[in-house]
Ligand binder design. Structure first.
Ligand SMILES: C[S@@+](CC[C@H](N)C(=O)[O-])C[C@H]1O[C@@H](n2cnc3c(N)ncnc32)[C@H](O)[C@@H]1O
Length: 318
């Protein structure tokens, strides 16, 4: 199975490993675990990196039962080591991945549950292999937009979906967002939407972001927008080097890094007002959900005991 966007796979791979660590697992609902449990089994190409011979040898040496969990190559011991190494190169990256998945889950849920919220539809731009559409399609109509090979790939690995999720091949550089949504018979232009751009705006030119925001507000004045924002100028030189090198290796193209003030100003030009922002996991936890420090394993410490990378925030605009 060939995955066109390696950056999307990278986010999936990291989060899928991190969410299995006990103290991190408890921060997420079982529905999210169910999505990853089901999709990882379908992504067999990654599994081939672990040779069946190595598994058999390990079973023989350690006298472990050759059960289904052990056979799942996503649980191989070298995977957490790879993550630790990547966090060493890009300090704070693992915190960032868990932070954004947790934040998006909480914010979208709050938006849909709030009695005074007007949001009736979700539109996920550059949805990659994420779980948001699958998870929330039980509560409202969801539209996932991404380039054609990613949508094709996602349809193959998705767990059974209900009628409320709709996929569109969409390249923001060449396609009109309004036209793409209006082509979907399930899309209701009279109902406000929450537009989600998680890990997406770093890959599109500024003019394209401006055009998307203008279309979003023209579609419906009550449309809302939530996005990750990554100000690379605030990273240390080592972090910046490894982040940019990592993306370069995937063959995807990062655009100029915009400051938070730039994004707020672009948003306000199209009628978006920043109503909230978050910068790290502690802001999302209370006393009951904060994991106990002494019980954390090495990976969990890297996520929960470290700070998020400088300049990484989540911004919510109305
Ligand atoms: C870093 S991944 C993030 C995936 C997902 N939102 C997440 O956070 O797990 C970026 C995604 O944006 C998509 N993408 C990049 N440029 C795009 C464009 N011009 N039009 C549509 N999708 C694009 C990629 O295919 C990829 O799925």
């Amino acid at each position: 199975m060939f995955i066109k966007s390696i950056t999307a796979f990278n986010v999936y791979f990291k989060f899928n490993t991190l969410r299995k660590q006990p103290s991190i697992a408890s921060l997420f609902p079982s529905s999210i675990h169910s999505y990853y449990d089901q999709t990882e089994l379908k992504m067999s190409c990654f599994g081939r990196l672990v040779s069946p011979r190595a598994i058999v040898k390990k079973v023989a040496e350690k006298n472990i039962k050759y059960n289904k969990t052990f056979k799942n190559p996503w649980n191989a011991t070298w995977i957490p080591c790879l993550l630790e190494f990547s966090d060493w190169l890009l300090n704070g990256d693992l915190h960032h991945i868990v932070f954004r998945k947790l934040a998006f889950h909480r914010i979208v849920q709050a938006c849909l549950m709030s009695s005074n919220s007007t949001i009736k539809q979700l539109v996920i731009l550059g949805s990659g292999i994420d779980h948001i559409g699958w998870l929330f399609s039980e509560k409202c109509t969801c539209f996932e937009l991404d380039i054609e090979p990613m949508i094709r790939f996602k349809k193959k690995i998705m767990p059974p979906v209900n009628q409320n999720i709709h996929y569109s091949n969409f390249n923001s550089i060449n396609n009109s967002l309004s036209r793409c949504l209006n082509k979907q018979s399930a899309f209701n232009p009279n109902k406000p939407c929450l537009f989600i751009t998680e890990g997406f705006i770093d890959y599109i030119p500024k003019e394209n972001l401006q055009s998307l925001l203008s279309q979003i507000k023209r579609l419906h004045p009550k449309n809302e927008w939530i996005s990750t924002h990554f100000d690379r100028s605030l990273l240390s030189s080592k972090q910046r080097f490894f982040f940019e090198l990592g993306v370069q290796i995937t063959g995807e193209q990062l655009q100029a890094s915009l400051t938070k003030e730039h994004i707020i100003s672009i948003g306000s030009n199209y009628g978006f007002v920043l109503v909230n922002e978050w910068a790290g996991i502690p802001e999302l936890l209370d006393e009951q959900t904060t994991p106990i420090n002494s019980k954390l394993n090495t990976i969990e410490k890297r996520v929960l005991d470290r700070e998020n990378m400088n300049g990484c925030t989540i911004m919510y605009f109305k």
